[in-house]
Design a binder for this molecule. Structure first.
Ligand SMILES: [Fe+2]
Ligand SMILES: [Fe+2]
Length: 245
């Protein structure tokens, strides 16, 4: 692949669009379209997982003239209408990934929601009651889907630069700031294994609203928690984080 100019990525998570949010995101999406080549929205697109909220977001996203790559978050699952929400938001310019990947501006984006399970030596293991095993299995499955999406990019495009789009955190460092007892529900180290193995450049996530903006997974993989409240607190008024690959 010939050396091309850098790709500018604007990223935000946890926008939690409500029915009363009509017009709230137009300026953000317009500005992102001027400043970036691609926009990431890392889950919790809607506040209560309602299709009316997804309709509002779909309208707001018309202001976004650059490609949008996103994943759903736990809030989008709240009413069991996540498939409908994905359908409403998705179009030829908006790609909501669930174990898939897409190439935009020579960068490969792989997306999964992810799940909880905890971090490092405090990660939950597959033991005990069925409910606990199902909890652990969800994180295992999400990590496998992420790995497969990244592997497919490698197989189809030699030496492609890869970005991961998640909702849950793959590392502990970017949830720090949240109460420690809830860390197991904010992300899981299992999500970090594919990032390191497939030499991902950077991973973007949200979900931990009062976590930490920047961290790093093994192998030098940059990790950014771009939850909107974190960006606002850090002074990003629009709000989106800018990253160049
Ligand atoms: Fe959220
Ligand atoms: Fe969330």
């Amino acid at each position: 692949m010939e050396e091309t100019k850098k790709t500018r990525i604007a990223a935000v998570a946890d926008i939690h669009v409500k029915e009363s949010d009509k017009g709230k995101w137009v300026n953000c999406f317009k500005e992102a379209s001027k400043q970036a080549d691609v926009m990431l929205i890392c889950g919790d697109l809607t506040d209560t997982g309602d299709e009316a909220e997804a309709q509002i977001l779909a309208e707001e996203l018309k202001a976004c003239t650059i490609p949008v790559v996103g994943v759903l978050g736990n809030h989008d699952y709240e009413k069991g209408r996540h498939k409908l929400i994905r359908q409403i938001v998705q179009n030829e310019n908006v790609h909501i990934l669930n174990g898939e990947s897409i190439v935009i501006a020579n960068i490969g984006f792989a997306g999964v929601k992810g799940f909880g399970g905890g971090f490092d030596n405090h990660m939950l293991s597959m033991f005990g009651e069925g409910a606990m095993k199902a909890f652990v299995q969800e994180a295992v499955d999400e990590a496998l889907h992420l790995d497969r999406a990244l592997a497919r990019l490698d197989a189809e495009y030699a030496n492609i630069k890869k970005i991961a789009v998640l909702h849950y955190s793959p590392i502990k460092a970017t949830v720090v700031g949240e109460p420690e007892p809830i860390f197991p529900f904010l992300g899981c180290s299992r999500l970090a294994e594919p990032l390191t193995r497939r030499q991902v450049v950077a991973a973007f996530h949200g979900h931990a609203h009062v976590g930490t903006l920047e961290g790093e997974a093994a192998g030098g993989v940059k990790v950014f928690n771009v939850a909107k409240p974190i960006l606002v607190k850090a002074g990003y008024t629009l709000p989106f984080y800018m990253f160049e690959v």
